[in-house]
Ligand binder design. Sequence first.
Ligand code: AMP
Length: 143
Amino acid sequence: MSASYDPDNIFAKILRGEIPSHRVYEDEHTVAFMDVMPQSTGHALVVPKAASRNLLDADPAVLAQILPVVQKVAIAAKAAFKSDGVLIIQYNEPAAGQTVFHLHFHVVPRFEGQPMRKHTGTMENPEVLTANAEALRQALRGR
Ligand code: AMP
């Protein structure tokens, strides 16, 4: 039997406003916020409001709504953090590295010659997250 969706996962709680996040973007279907254990400067997560565990059980209509937002956040992140590239990551199930079971896309700015930090490695200083969230918000507003 495949695993089911747990409505008390941490991203569902963030979406319901039960726990805080550094939110940078919201529309009718989608929210984006900073990853608290960033793999590089400006690492953000793009999350649909609709419940699904990951890509495998997602409604294709939700996937159609979220990818333009992933693109928007990636372009804004590249500008905000002056990155050389942007990596998009999306894990499905623990064997593939998934640790939070509500669909999300990682937007990871990449810098030439700078190795990426470990996945779910170290908690970022909240002041750094606040500053990076503001930089990303400003770049998103400028689009
Ligand atoms: P994964 O499910 O493996 O794709 O990754 C979940 C991501 O969520 C990791 O990169 C974590 O650093 C990040 N994360 C976990 N808890 C929070 C939280 N409360 N706010 C923001 N990011 C989080």
